[in-house]
Design a protein around this ligand. Structure first.
Ligand code: PGA
Length: 241
């Protein structure tokens, strides 16, 4: 299976024109482009090879939930993937493992492929609690989907929170450190009917991407900051093309 690149634009760019230009520059088969909600439709129109992803999806399909976006709505407009449980939502919006569990369940039921993000914070990392944190996130997060059977495509992204959005030049996790966590995650989800695709995320850029993408245990990268710079992202694309 070719390695996958997930471009998480987060709350960027500001205009649809910029979003469309960025999407055109990143439109390769191995990419999943995740723009902000307002640009999903416009980006969908210009993508010829890449898949479309959303950055979140709510835990209910319809109803009185002001400001939320239903996985069913996403599916209907051509979204294929949905990021769920990103650490920025856990930290800034108080998303709990229980909320994330429900979001995963509803996303799968809607026919979307979840990109489930897990990973420990800096403090947890320093206390040596990586495995404990991953255990909890996986056990609670996957409880609802385990009750059924996951026979659909499913991604899990290991994103150590301390390695996300670090300053240029700062060290992200090492490929071997990331692979060790990924092997651990794999061992914890081996009961799932279909083995999930395991990806790394956290300050992946043109300089360090090769180490992650060439590692046999890592099936791809979730790229934030560097996916907003077409020249840099192109260099990462060239590694998987
Ligand atoms: P980053 O973001 O590549 O800017 O660290 C990764 C992410 O979206 O978690």
């Amino acid at each position: 299976m070719p390695k996958i690149l997930i471009a998480n634009w987060k709350m960027n760019p500001v205009t649809e024109k910029e979003a469309v230009a960025l999407a055109r520059a990143e439109d390769v088969r191995s990419a999943v482009i995740c723009p902000p909600f307002p640009f999903l439709g416009a980006v969908k129109k210009v993508l010829k090879r890449a898949s479309l992803g959303a950055q979140d999806g709510f835990w209910k399909e319809v109803g009185a939930y002001t400001g939320e976006v239903s996985p069913l709505q996403l599916k209907k407009i051509g979204v294929k993937y949905v990021i769920i449980g990103h650490s920025e939502r856990r930290l800034n919006l108080g998303e709990t493992n229980e909320m994330i569990a429900q979001k995963l369940f509803v996303a799968l039921r809607a026919g979307l492929t979840p990109i489930f993000c897990v990973g420990e914070t800096k403090e947890e990392h320093e206390r040596g609690e990586m495995k404990e944190v991953l255990d909890r996130q996986l056990r609670v997060g996957l409880a609802a989907v385990r009750a059924g059977t996951i026979a659909k495509e499913f991604f899990i992204t290991y994103e150590p929170v301390w390695a996300i959005s670090t300053m240029p030049g700062a060290t992200a996790d090492t490929p071997e450190g990331a692979a060790e966590a990924i092997r651990y995650i794999k061992s914890q989800v081996k009961d799932l009917v279909r083995p999930p695709v395991l990806i790394y995320g956290g300050s992946v850029n043109a300089v360090n991407a090769a180490g992650f993408l060439r590692h046999p245990d890592i099936s791809g990268a979730l790229v934030g900051g560097a996916s907003l710079k077409p020249v840099e992202f192109k260099k990462i694309i060239n590694l998987v093309a």
